[in-house]
Write a protein that binds this ligand. Structure first.
Ligand SMILES: NC(=O)c1ccc[n+]([C@@H]2O[C@H](COP(=O)([O-])OP(=O)(O)OC[C@H]3O[C@@H](n4cnc5c(N)ncnc54)[C@H](OP(=O)(O)O)[C@@H]3O)[C@@H](O)[C@H]2O)c1
Length: 254
């Protein structure tokens, strides 16, 4: 799989997938690692997914890049989340402030943790274009190394300001909802379109659509099916789509 600044370009999201189901987590996470994925995106918001992920990684922890989040209004609550994360993962490679929640407060103490070497990169996320102005303000402070936002053929607002800004500032970009939270895969195009795109599944076409923008470092599709984690990972290798192929994907995703 191709590697960009955060590692292999197809990771695994953990929202609404294995939750507290450790057995399922072992299957999905193990398959994703076997297929070459390394970055696992989680959050204290994801109903036990962080704990399940840590158990599923076991002796393979060193192969993984943990991209999790702080999601708390107060610094005390945030620190409690972070302490649990260090217990589960020993360190956090990418620590993101979830949905900009209390980010002015959290960035202070998180920077100290990064300086102490327990965090590699600090990031910020938001799921809604309504918050993109504030995401841009946060980036302009130059205190963040990564940015996570939605991008798929039906959600392209980030292309206007945030992707150019991230490129200008050297901030790595993580794409959430690359499959439109599952809505985009419901109506795949005819098989001959997939052949023309050189992919086996419509999900692969959507992932390649995002990764064909070189400003994108990582997509984190979520699935509870090991075989889908494997086939999604296969979208992480070139060749990438040209403008014509991207246009084709966009037409069928409309
Ligand atoms: N604010 C934030 O920071 C934020 C917000 C949203 C998301 N995220 C992160 O981004 C990740 C991805 O976003 P998302 O989970 O909302 O949406 P997504 O990855 O766009 O879509 C996930 C959905 O696609 C389905 N799917 C996955 N692979 C498939 C395949 N090969 N074929 C058919 N269906 C497939 C999954 O169903 P099955 O399980 O049945 O396969 C699931 O319902 C999240 O898990 C989370 O880690 C972060």
């Amino acid at each position: 799989m191709e590697e960009r600044r955060l590692g292999p370009v197809v990771g695994l999201g953990t929202w609404n997938t294995f939750g507290q189901n450790v057995e399922l987590a072992r299957e999905v996470v193990g398959t994703a690692l076997d297929a070459g994925s390394r970055v696992f995106d989680s959050s204290p918001m994801y109903g036990g997914a962080e704990l399940s992920l840590s158990v599923a990684l076991e002796e393979r922890r060193e192969q993984a890049v943990i991209a999790t989040k702080i999601w708390a209004r107060s610094v005390d609550a945030a620190r409690a989340q972070y302490t649990r994360q260090l217990g589960w993962f020993r360190r956090v490679e990418i620590e993101q402030i979830h949905n900009l929640l209390a980010w002015h407060e959290h960035v202070e103490w998180l920077e100290r943790e990064r300086d102490a070497g327990r965090i590699d990169r600090l990031g910020i996320t938001h799921y809604s274009a309504v918050a993109f102005g504030e995401l841009a303000s946060a980036l302009r402070t130059k205190r963040f190394d990564t940015l996570q936002l939605p991008l798929n053929p039906r959600e392209r607002e980030c292309e206007r300001e945030l992707l150019p800004l991230a490129a200008e500032l050297g901030v790595a970009v993580i794409v959430m909802r690359p499959l439109g939270a599952g809505t985009l895969v419901l109506r795949p195009p005819p098989a001959e379109v997939l052949v023309e795109l050189g992919v086996e599944t419509w999900a692969q076409a959507l992932l390649k659509w995002a990764l064909s923008d070189e400003r994108i470092d990582l997509v984190v599709p979520a699935t509870r099916h090991p075989e889908r984690a494997r086939s999604n990972a296969a979208a992480g290798s070139p060749p990438w789509f040209d403008d014509e192929q991207r246009g084709l994907v966009k037409r069928f995703a409309a």
